[in-house]
Ligand binder design. Sequence first.
Ligand code: ZN
Ligand code: FE
Length: 256
Amino acid sequence: MAKLEIHQFPCLADNYGFLIHDADADVTACIDTPEVEPIRAALRRKGWKLTHILNTHWHPDHAGGNVALRDETGCQIIGPANEQDKIPSLERSVGEGDVVEFGPHRAVVLDVPGHTAGHIAYWFEDDGVAFVGDTLFALGCGRLFEGTPAQMWTSLGKLMKLPTETRVYCAHEYTQANARFALTVDPNNAELVARAKEIDDKRAAGEPTVPTTIGLELRTNPFLRAEAASLQETLRMVGRDPVEVFAETRKRKDSF
Ligand code: ZN
Ligand code: FE
């Protein structure tokens, strides 16, 4: 099986665009369509022809470029079944457990509601890669616009069970701000402290902090650490239900 090539590039103020490509099968997908021109430019530069769009959720910085790109390329648009009405350009709608075939590669669809009601993630198990949209960020998670803390905790729980080495492509470069918040709720986590410093260095050098990995997030992302003693102690919520701890962490971040 040819390697799944991944090309990452900035869009809008802080989104990332991702093109994935398999050379043998000559297929190219765009994960979400935050902004048309940078996507066009990336396709030109790589010499790839767009065959698929894989949407994670309906927000305009994720599906806003669908129609223009489809009209130019005739690509197939695949996205969340539970947001079909909000993404009228979908040609195929998918949900939990569905498999999206991409040349020889396969993505398993995970329903991860919370940020939006129908948000999905694409897990390329054999390639060790997950595209998680606005559900999980490096050191953060999406705001709960259309879901409850319990729903989001369940969704994050699905991602937490992926193999630790899975490379996680999140849709925004929010990491530096997320790190500043994370340090307020988990200040005694030595690996988080060290990571925050690395993130500052990377951003100062103009480098992306995406992708991350499930393992790194499990050890340092406060939104995945509702069961961790160090976080519970800082929040004075020792022994409390992880949903409550997660909800409190999310609430604090919303007003940080
Ligand atoms: Zn969003
Ligand atoms: Fe977004």
